[in-house]
Write a protein that binds this ligand. Sequence first.
Ligand SMILES: *Cc1c(COP(=O)(O)O)cnc(C)c1O
Length: 393
Amino acid sequence: MLNNTKTIYMDYQATTPVDQRVFDVMAPYFTKHFGNASSSVHSYGWIAEEAVKQAREGVADILGATSPSEIVFTSGATESNNLAILGVARRYPKKGRHLITAATEHKAVLDPCKAWEAEGGSVTYLEVNSEGIISLEQLRKAITPGTILISIMHANNEIGVIQPMAEIGQIARAAGVLFHTDATQSAGKIPFNVEDIPVDLASMSGHKIYGPKGIGVLYVRRRGPRVSLMPLLFGGGHESGRRSGTLNVPGIVGFQAALRLSNQERVQEASRVLKLRNKLWNNLNAQLEGLSLNGSDRHRLPGNLNFCVENLEVSRLFQEIPHIAISSKSACSSDSGTPSHVLTALGRSPEQAQSALRIGIGRFTTEEEVAKVANDLSAAIRKVKETSTQFTP
Ligand SMILES: *Cc1c(COP(=O)(O)O)cnc(C)c1O
């Protein structure tokens, strides 16, 4: 077995550990309270059903939803994004068949959009500026009478860049177009709720907010407008027919606990994480030349760093830092040989995009870890660059 007890984890955009407090809340629902939430004739079922009911009410409350029925539990943000995009597109074909999204979205948004194109629909992929932010003017121009959905992520998983949600929501409302956001990276980290941000659908995932893997939420607005979905999964009619499948009771309980903790501790945690990130970035820049930040500095998640290192052979770097868990690009795409579509959308060349590093700082990152990573990473980068001979970008 591989051992990682000495490896410093700084890849919090890929996933996060389950907070012990979340785990403790979940544990009884694996063993003692294992009932099926749909078993309505005995106490095992009632206990599970009650736990789901309370978790749904809690999530709705934290997100500012008007009704618990606006919360659909899924297997994760990938499913939530698929359900939002294909569920809306397939539900309103008479209104139109055109979707709008952005080039820097997660594959779990881009791929269902491609699937929709294969079904005969059309999709506009908005470009972003060099900071990673879409143009509201281009968004307005892209809307046609046949546009049914705008899907723009709140915060980007690779570069942490935050899009102007309020403005996008206003544009969508004014045009009578539904607005979906992939809020997987923003929920619990920066202010996100569906009262202040006029979204109609929003995707989230447990394992990005110190909760378990395999559980997600899709928020679906019920009033003003009432959003209806064509389901992706058919079966027992769970989640009011929007998502069949036996409910993941421990996951649902854990999601609620994770979202609640993240929101309660958000302000303090964000300021602590931001200080650590700034410290790391300043320290790296003091020791190295030729670093350039990818994406906006100002409109950015507190825990995200993503930068290009001039002329760096990233594969050789990773051999030098087995004790540091950082990422060269999104962990979410399996085609690791190709340059990041997010970085190329910012205007980076494929070579530059291949020399990018993503560092994710989070709840359990310490000052000592930041200091060690700054020093060890700098030394490793210098070593790789000094011994690099034939590599020309
Ligand atoms: C991680 C992530 C996803 C995928 O979430 P899963 O729950 O792992 O399916 C989707 N979008 C963004 C922005 C993410 O960071």
